[in-house]
Design a protein. Sequence first.
Length: 382
Amino acid sequence: MTEFSTRAVHAGQEPDAGTGAVIPPIHVTSTYAQDGIGNMRAGYEYSRGGNPTRDGLQTLLADLDGGVAAYSFASGLAAEDALLRAYLEPGARVVMGNDVYGGTHRLVNRVHVPWGVQLVVVDMSDVDAVRGALEGCSREDGAVGGDPRRTRSWKIADIAGLAELGHAGGALLVVDNTFASPYLQQPLSLGADAVVYSTTKYLGGHSDVVGGAVVLADEALAEAVAFLQFGAGAISSPFDAFLTTRGIKTLAVRMERHSANAQAVAESLVGAPGVERVFYPGLADHPGHEVAAKQMRSFGGMLSLSLSGGAAAAKRFAESTEVFTLAESLGGVESLIGYPSEMTHASVRGTELEVPDDIVRLSVGIEDAGDLVADLRQALTR
Ligand SMILES: Cc1ncc(COP(=O)(O)O)c(C=O)c1O
């Protein structure tokens, strides 16, 4: 099994040994019978510590990103929290991209900073700013995190360049690869130390499960995250792990369609009446186009646009679509439209992560591209 699409269907998903069931059963048990005290039949003792359905998903996730191990959690933020607490100690510094998911900023700013961590926010596509933010870091106290796809303007960060810079500055590079998914982009192969996901999005793919994951390149860090998964207990449930595994089987085909549809939508919006700018890295004039083309298989399903009528027009547009559903989140088969400054990024209003109020965000689904373009056109005329 060498190619991604094959591994996405089979890794960690052997038919059930006992019955031959092609789809391994969902192990909805909290505990496991012991044949004598401490004599476990298959190594499983209690489901917070280990569960075959969760293990199947974790094997699959580690395989797809080329990591030494992966751990799945109850949400993307639980995964980020476990990774950061596994690595950081009070006094450590987190250098964060200035347009990460608002909840990631809130997690570090309101949970880890009060615990003694320093937070420095920079533009991850500005090499000098990142170098400056790393000054004085040592291997013990650095971490760089960034989602290379950003809601505000979709600046693209060069992962290989950041890894080099981070490692030279004594930092660990963590990439939130949620928007790209492992099908479009493989941060560990570009030098990142860890990848985090909200599996709620493209990996689950159907807007029916909340979850998160961490994939690691290093055994020691993997052990520390494994301990926190068990010790703090923010595990994914067997049913959530099953739904995520089922979603991943079609990840490759879905991502191809998301990218193709988003490209068609982006091109249709350029120059459309009422549209000021379209931010999509698949457009040749996007400032991050070349870096994205170098490190991604295609450009993904997320894009933003600004409206020339400002906030009022942006809100009216977001409330006027019929195929695109007005909702938080992204990455499902259905197209969603959002108004970040009052929805996904409301928690960062008034900070340097604030999203301008003329911006509308689209999560382009796998519906018919012509229907999507027509829907946006009719909403623009309103
Ligand atoms: C890029 C990104 N990372 C992390 C998260 C957090 O994930 P979750 O909502 O599963 O906790 C989100 C949620 O929207 C996200 O968009």
